[in-house]
Every structure is written in C-alpha cells, then in structure tokens.
Design a protein around this ligand. Structure first.
Ligand SMILES: *Cc1c(COP(=O)(O)O)cnc(C)c1O
Ligand SMILES: [Zn+2]
Length: 428
C-alpha cells in the first residue's frame, strides 16, 4: 500500500507512522495493490455477504473490503456494522424538488447517527493496525461522536478539540457520553484542523479528520452501497451537502472506481450543496478563480456545514466536479429549514445539514440545471436527533407554532374529556 500525493505525484510507502500530507503540502490518496477487480466476481461476492451475520464483512462498509482496504487483517477491524442504511424512494419530496424520481439515502441511520461512521470505522481500524491507541479530531460534532464511539469500542482513548463556537449541544454530549476527552478550544473547525496537521505527530495522536485518506476510503462505500441497492445502476444525480468536502470527494472517488472497474455503465453527476453563509467552494466554482478563498466567519443554521476553509476542496474539485461533470449550488438557511421540515414530516427525518441536499436539488431544478424528467438521490448525512434546537426552528416551516415553542407546549393542557378531544380532532 502506498500514499500518493495528488499535487506532485510523489509516492510514500506505508510505515508505522501515519502521514496526512505530502512534504509539498498536497493531499494524499491511497493506492492499493488491489489484485483482481473482476466486477462480476466481486458483485457475486458482495451479494453473498448480504446474507452473512456476525462477520465483520456483514456490515455496509467492510462488505466492500476488496475495494476499500484489501490489506487490513480481519482481526484489526473495529466495526459496528455501520453502513447498511436504507434508501427511500419518496414521490412527495420528489415533486417538492421537481424531479421525476427521488430517493433519499439515509446515512443518518448509521450507529452514531451520521455518515462519519462509514469513514471512521476504516480510519480507526487502520490506526489500530498501525499500533495507535489515541485518536484525535476537531469537529463540528459528528466526527467527534463517531470517533469517540469507535475508540470506546476498542478500548482506546479519544481526544477531541471542540470549537468553542458552533457545535450542536446534542453532538457534544454524545461525544462526552462515549468517554472522549473534550478540550474546548479557541476558534472554529478550521483552526483545529490546522493545529492537528502541525502537531499530531509530536503529540502521538492519530488524526481521524478527513485529511486522513483512510476516512475517504471508507466513505467511498456510500457510492458502493448505493449502487448495490439500485442494482448497479445509478440515477442521473447524487446531491451531496458540502462542509469540509470529504463526502463529495469520497463519493466521487467511489463512483470513478466503480465505473473504471465496470460495475456501472454510466456515471451520475454530483451536485455539491453548500449553505449560503459557508459557501467558499461554491463561490470558487462560480467565479472560476482558484485557489479557494476561505470564509473567515462561516455561519449557518446547519452546524455541520459551518466550515470556512474546507481542507478537501482539491479532491472535491477533482473527484466530484471534474470526474462526474458535477456542479455546485448554495442555499439559504430558511430553505434548509423548510426542506428539513418536509423530510421530517415524510417520516424519514434528518438534521439541517442533510436537508441542504433537498433544498439544493430544488434550487437546481429552478435554475434549469437539473431537468424535471431526471432522477436523483439526496444524501441525508445526519440524524434528526443530532440537533434538537433546529427542530424547534424548522417546525415554523411545517405549519407548526410560530414561536420558539413546539405545538405540544403551545397552550394550557386540555382536560381529558371526549368532547374536548373530539373538537380538537375536528380542528386539526
Ligand atoms: C460532516 C457532515 C457534513 C459535511 O460533510 P463534509 O464531508 O465535511 O463535506 C454534512 N452533514 C452532516 C450531518 C455531517 O456530519
Ligand atoms: Zn506532493
């Protein structure tokens, strides 16, 4: 196995020390000596694993081990059988967005409640294989929840630099409950990443942020599982919320590998959706001027997208945009909250950052970039219970009460009398 620098092409062999960037500063890709990638044989193997129970390969990430981390010994795998998340087709949300057919891929159903588990199981397993037992990250909340969960599962330590600004309380509590050591630090996510890139090695920490290329290898499984669920034939568009841009990059890389190995006959296009208040990537694409100009004060109701200097933008540019003929779009917070209310009311549910996908698709249809006779999958990244404050806000868009209170708290309690309840039902 090798790391290869995406900027200068320099190869670095795997050693017992983790590396996250090339000496030239470029991001690293993993290259595996994959052996045979005979698509038909692997499809049969992946199908057979759908019926397995209890094996690490029965999860929705490690099922695709041959395409993700072929060299890792099974005994090093730290898994909660992540992945295996449902794909819901929904006509009402499809007509809200304005497309012919719409599916929602509920990565929110992962064990810690977000897609970070798809990548984290691979990063932590790899780190254990290298001999680390202290894992570190900075996070807007879901990366830390996920890392803390896997670290606890394998009896290791989790160190989290938690930005003093802008982490949803539920996520911080979840991280702490898994036993992580939380260090509340100055600044935001961007400052935390810069610190870890510089000092992780001397502090003997294994970094589990998405600059770690193993995270990307794991998140590729999202493309694999989605294609598998749809019989190896994907819709026209995949709509992906973009913060640090790891997921857009990973899904793009996964699609590219599926196409090259002959698993799929056509490439879907990726649309990366950013929140207006944190949209440096979209602005870069729109102005056509590279490199990316960081946003100094990223701000949006979608806390998972509150990232001003997305470290993975060069990979997202290459793998999500160039490789798939992809596009970007940005959406306002009120559109995110309205889309969230609709997804919640459909019975699927998600946190605000995830709803950016549906809001973004609707905006792309309105702009004529996505056509109404096309098909799409919205990637739902996180669970609705991840940010309960945002539920209060989004209820306003669902015909609920207009104040910062829920319907349940809105009035004095009703007397429990049949005629009272009957007249309430008639009103509802
Ligand atoms: C991390 C996260 C995102 C952003 O993903 P990136 O890979 O950082 O672009 C979006 N939604 C949720 C719920 C997340 O946890
Ligand atoms: Zn380099």
């Amino acid at each position: 196995m090798n790391y290869i620098c995406m900027e200068c092409g320099r190869k670095t062999a795997l050693s017992d020390r983790a590396i996250y960037r090339c000496e030239c500063g470029g991001l690293l890709d993993m290259v595996w000596d994959a052996g045979s990638t005979d698509a038909e044989r692997l499809k049969r193997l992946f199908d057979a694993r759908l019926g397995e129970r209890g094996s690490p390969l029965s999860g929705g990430v490690w099922r695709y081990k041959e395409l993700i981390h072929p060299e890792l010994p099974l005994s090093s795998i730290v898994t909660k059988y992540e992945g295996n998340t449902a794909l819901y087709e929904n006509d009402r949300l499809g007509s809200y967005a304005g497309v012919r057919r719409l599916w929602l891929k509920a990565l929110s159903e992962n064990p810690s409640g977000s897609f970070k588990d798809n990548g984290m199981t691979v990063a932590v397993s790899h780190g254990r294989w290298l001999g680390y037992d202290r894992f570190a990250c900075t996070s807007t909340g879901n990366t830390s929840s996920s890392m803390a969960m896997y670290a606890a599962l394998c009896g290791s330590e989790a160190i989290v630099l938690l930005p003093a600004l802008g982490v949803a309380l539920n996520k911080a509590l979840q991280t702490e409950a898994y036993g992580a050591k939380l260090l509340r630090t100055e600044g935001g996510y961007d400052e935390g990443i810069r610190f870890l890139e510089r000092h992780a090695l001397s502090l003997d920490l294994y970094v589990c942020n998405s600059i770690n290329p193993l995270r990307i290898e794991g998140q590729k499984s999202i493309a694999f599982e989605l294609a598998h669920q749809l019989g190896w034939s994907l819709p026209d568009w995949l709509i992906v919320p973009g913060g640090a841009l790891s997921n857009a990059a990973a899904i793009g890389k996964g699609l590219g590998e599926l196409y090259q190995a002959g698993f799929i006959a056509a490439m879907p296009r990726i649309a990366v959706v950013q929140a207006e208040g944190a949209s440096p990537f979209h602005r870069m694409v729109e102005t056509g001027r590279r490199p990316l100009v960081p946003e100094l004060r990223p701000d949006t109701v979608a806390s998972a997208l509150r990232i001003g200097n997305p470290p993975n933008w060069p990979k997202a540019w290459r793998d999500a945009l160039e490789r798939t003929n992809g596009v970007t779009v940005s959406v306002a917070d009120r559109d995110i909250l309205e889309a969230k209310a609709r997804i919640d009311r459909s019975g699927i549910g998600c946190e605000p950052a995830s709803a950016a996908s549906l809001a973004g698709l609707r905006a792309l249809v309105a702009k004529g970039i996505v056509h109404k006779d096309e098909t799409a999958v919205c990637i739902l990244t996180g669970h609705m219970l991840k940010d309960t404050d945002a539920i209060v806000q989004s209820l306003r868009y669902a015909g609920g009460t207009s104040q910062r209170q829920t319907r349940a708290e809105a009035r004095a309690p009703l007397p429990l009398l049949p005629e009272v309840i009957r007249s309430e039902l008639a009103r509802a």
